[in-house]
Ligand binder design. Structure first.
Ligand code: 5GP
Length: 186
């Protein structure tokens, strides 16, 4: 594996991770989004090969067996994974990959001794996260409660990451992330 850093961003749901990644990609053209593969159904606003590579369960399983994945994890009922060739594609273009993966995925990369630089995005507080999930309006109160329980568990793992960035304000948190990324790529 190439020695150039691989940036990983993980966060509990509702923390604003996707918005932060968009800002980073806009502001730092040397970063390229690593397109994961998944078995989950495509959402209406998604494009195959842009948001994800959408695969059948059988195809995903075949690729696991063939050793195509740098890491993969089961999230709820679906599989998600980063294929080795995706990282190679980005490195070959002389860019740095940025991976949006879950906490299990980050953990399994740590075991593989790849040149990982990992970020955990934390909400300012669980109460603030509850407000943000409510504002999103896409889930019932029971589902929100489940997400908060999961977020509590995920927060316990934040010390496993190289950096924790609190997303109190999007622009400020993005600046902090960029500063840390620049300390690795100059
Ligand atoms: P969603 O279905 O909302 O797009 O993503 C669900 C979760 O899967 C998110 O936490 C996201 O970070 C995670 N995820 C997306 N791609 C990957 C991947 O390649 N590997 C792992 N381990 N998790 C992923």
């Amino acid at each position: 594996m190439d020695s150039r850093p691989i940036f990983v961003i993980s966060a509990p749901s509702g923390t604003g991770k996707n918005s932060l990644i968009h800002i980073l990609l806009d502001k730092e053209p040397r970063l390229t989004y690593s397109i994961s593969s998944t078995t989950r159904a495509m959402r209406s606003n998604e494009v195959d090969g842009v948001s994800y590579h959408f695969l059948s369960h059988a195809e995903f399983k075949k690729r696991i067996e063939e050793g195509d994945f740098l890491e993969y994890a089961q999230v709820l009922d679906n599989f998600y994974g980063t294929e080795k060739r995706e990282i190679e594609r980005i490195h070959n273009a002389d860019k740095f990959p940025i991976l949006d993966i879950d906490i299990q995925g980050a953990e399994s990369l740590r075991d593989k001794k790849v040149p990982l630089v990992s970020f955990f995005i934390a909400p300012p507080s669980l109460e603030e996260l509850r407000q943000r999930l409510r504002k999103r309006g896409s889930e019932t109160e029971a589902q929100i409660q489940k997400r908060l329980e999961l977020a509590k568990l995920e927060l316990l793992q934040k010390d496993r990451f190289d950096y924790t960035v609190v997303n109190d304000r999007l622009d400020r948190a993005a600046e902090e992330l960029l500063e840390k990324i620049h300390s690795h790529i100059g």
